[in-house]
Ligand binder design. Structure first.
Ligand code: G3H
Ligand code: 13P
Ligand code: ZN
Length: 322
């Protein structure tokens, strides 16, 4: 099956009460780990590429890796998406270069500038059969080379969403309801601790999500910054020479709940990074004599596959929906 847009995927996800996973890809092992899990679980998938990924791996290598995955996994629909496109030129380059979906992220600009810039990308994208995700509201955390402090983050204002979608023509909307990028989503003083001493983050703002959904019936909503930061992998990293104290993510039950509502796309990157890093750190610690990259990338790829499988089945609810 050739790469597809997310239009049909989101219609089915909205009606079916589940979300499609959008996983960031940077190299072959990550593409393979994700798509092997999706193929086995018969799940639709969005493979997304950031500006940083394009700078690291090169646009053409990433497109060809994703096209190879589509050939190897003909039973599942795959979208190739630009994550956090910073400007028109980057979006245009991806639209012209084989992507089926782009995000234009002007969420740090004024409402008017966000509308004008998003509209320009939508016009070009739609002329070329490509769909567009936009963003209103600002997430905390690190994305590409931009760090947004918690105090500078702001929830999406539901009263703005109808005008924004009507004026831009965007196909999906990322909103800020308390998720955050990276592995340190909340500072310890923003959290409480449970009986085991584990940090418990503040709950997502489901009231904002519900208000947005009421104003945009049937419209697909996107959640960024939705890694759960699995503590087993944080422990594995710390047990093998890493130093990641107080890494904390979004509880899986809250993501599952969001997926049953209007959230059709859930972005996950950090959890795959933690999986890969923990696995490789453990391997190096246990096999200091080994130096063949295939020997440590193989278990890393296998564990990425299992992390993704867990998300598809237990968090996103999209297993069996391809
Ligand atoms: O939202 C950011 C994604 O995790 C991508 O991260 O820009 O370091 O590739 P990156
Ligand atoms: P995480 O850092 O929570 O994995 O978020 C990834 C993301 O939003 C990519 O756009
Ligand atoms: Zn993001």
């Amino acid at each position: 099956m050739p790469l597809v847009t997310s239009t049909e995927m989101f219609k089915k996800a909205y009606a079916g009460g589940y979300a499609v996973g959008a996983f960031n890809v940077n190299n072959m092992e990550i593409v393979q780990g994700i798509t092997e899990a999706c193929k086995e679980e018969k799940a639709p998938v969005i493979l997304q590429v950031s500006k940083g990924a394009r700078a690291y791996a090169n646009h053409t290598y990433l497109v060809k890796l994703v096209e190879a995955a589509a050939i190897e996994c003909p039973e599942i629909p795959i979208v190739l998406h630009l994550d956090h496109g910073p400007d028109f030129e980057t979006c245009k380059s991806c639209i012209d270069g084989g992507f089926t979906s782009v995000m234009i992220d002007l969420s740090s600009k004024s409402f008017e500038e966000n509308i004008a810039g998003t509209k320009k990308v939508v016009e070009y994208a739609h002329d070329h059969g490509v769909v567009v995700e936009a963003e209103l509201g600002t997430l905390a955390g690190i994305e590409d080379d931009v760090q947004v402090a918690a105090h500078a983050a702001s929830y999406t204002r539901p009263e703005e969403v109808e005008e924004f979608v009507a004026k831009t023509g965007c196909d999906s909307l990322a909103i800020a309801i308390g998720t955050s990028h990276g592995a340190y989503k909340f500072t310890p003083d923003q959290c409480t601790r449970n009986e085991k001493g584990i940090l418990v983050p503040p709950p997502l703002r489901f009231d904002v999500l519900e208000e947005v959904s009421k104003r945009l019936p049937g419209f697909p909503i996107v959640l960024h910054g939705s890694s759960s930061v699995p503590q087993d992998y944080v422990k594995m990293i710390n047990a093998h020479g890493g130093k990641m104290p107080d890494a904390v993510g979004i509880p899986e039950e809250q993501l599952r709940q969001a997926a049953t509502l209007s959230v059709c796309k859930i972005n996950i990157d950090s959890d795959l990074r933690l999986t890969m890093t923990g696995t490789i750190r453990e391997f190096f610690d246990e096999h200091p004599d080994k130096f063949d990259p295939r020997e440590y990338l193989k278990p890393a790829r296998a564990n990425i596959k299992e992390t993704v499988r867990h998300k598809l089945v237990n968090v996103l609810g999209c297993a069996g929906k391809a």
